[in-house]
Write a protein that binds this ligand. Structure first.
Ligand code: BDR
Ligand code: CA
Length: 319
């Protein structure tokens, strides 16, 4: 299966990218950048640097939309900088990338790839859905032919930026609503499942013990993220593996149990950013969205650790 990752990199986006690179079932044909945890430009810089660190400088990176549909600019929220660090990777320092983003924009790359590969391609989007919404608006055939797994939303649990809204949806509710209601095949990996998949320093210590640059980087960045979770969500006892779970589901959908629901996003009033069933399509026998409500935590964590550790072990020895 070919995969495009649409990322706002971001510490858990980093783990999602490495999970994809380490998965023999997937061929990463490109990374498209969005804003969210960081500015879009910071995210694509991180993508390029991480790809080079992990020996995949051949994977092209494309710059996406820099802000939400209804806005004309974007500023990183204080809470995002607190959770991911100002540089998006927990203040870890890795070499500046040699490569640069491609001339083609992310939205056109997504459109071309869906036209070329159809069902053989899955798009995993782990930031605001602005690039996907733009592709749907620009190309009338995109929604019918795209297969998408998103990290975003919350159906059975509260949001994480407000009682209603999860962070990725909150950044651009109009874009997420457009994607959900477009009829595209979407699997929603929301807080319902990602807050069940937790990582602690007991696991990151294994990466540190590898004695490699990749192991050191992932341990340092993820420890920063775990520390932030100790402040923002101490009841969890670890950090949420939001974005890598979305990639894992693209590899193996049987990791989650889903409800078939035609979803929408509230865009007005107090509940702005809430992901909920679309009452107007309640009786439509065709359901385009699968919402994950259960996850095989043990099996996912085993896959996660073995894949990430393998990729980190293959990077250069610590200098
Ligand atoms: C999502 O928001 C971002 O901070 C994370 O990278 C993840 O994609 C979790 O709500
Ligand atoms: Ca993300």
């Amino acid at each position: 299966m070919k995969v495009i990752l649409d990322l706002d990199t971001g510490i858990d986006d980093t783990l999602a990218l490495v999970y994809a690179l380490a998965s023999e079932e997937l061929e990463v044909i490109g990374v498209t950048g969005t804003y969210g945890n960081v500015l879009m430009e910071t995210g694509t810089r991180n993508d390029l640097a991480i790809l080079e660190l992990f020996g995949h400088k051949d994977v092209p990176v494309f710059a996406g939309e820099p802000h939400a549909i209804t806005k004309d600019s974007f500023e990183v929220l204080d809470i995002s900088a607190f959770i991911h660090g100002r540089n998006g990777i927990g203040e870890a320092l890795i070499p500046e990338p040699e490569g640069t983003v491609r001339d083609q924009g992310a939205v056109d790359f997504l459109i071309d790839a869906v036209r070329q590969y159809g069902e053989d391609l899955v798009i995993v989007a782990t930031g605001p859905m602005t690039n996907l919404a733009a592709a749907i608006q620009r190309d009338a055939t995109f929604a019918d032919n795209a297969t998408i797994v998103i990290m975003g939303g919350a159906l059975t649990v509260p949001g994480n930026v407000s009682p209603w809204a999860e962070a990725n949806i909150n950044q651009d509710p109009e874009a997420a609503d457009l994607v959900f209601r477009s009829g595209a095949k979407v699997t929603m990996i929301g807080l319902d499942v990602t807050l069940q998949t937790l990582l602690t320093t007991a696991e990151t210590a294994q990466w540190q013990q590898l004695g490699t640059v990749g192991g050191d980087f992932l341990a340092e960045a993820t420890d920063y993220y775990i520390k932030a979770y100790e402040t923002t969500a101490p009841h969890l006892g670890g950090c949420g593996l939001h974005d890598p779970l979305a990639v894992a589901v693209a590899v193996d959908p049987s990791l989650v149990t889903c409800l078939d629901i035609n979803m929408k996003v509230d865009c007005e009033g107090e509940t702005r950013g809430r992901t909920i069933g679309d009452e107007e399509k309640l009786n439509d026998p065709k359901k385009s969205v699968k919402v994950a409500v259960g996850v095989d935590v043990e099996r996912f964590l085993k896959e996660f650790m073995s894949r990430i550790t393998k990729a980190a072990a293959q990077t250069a020895p610590r200098g």
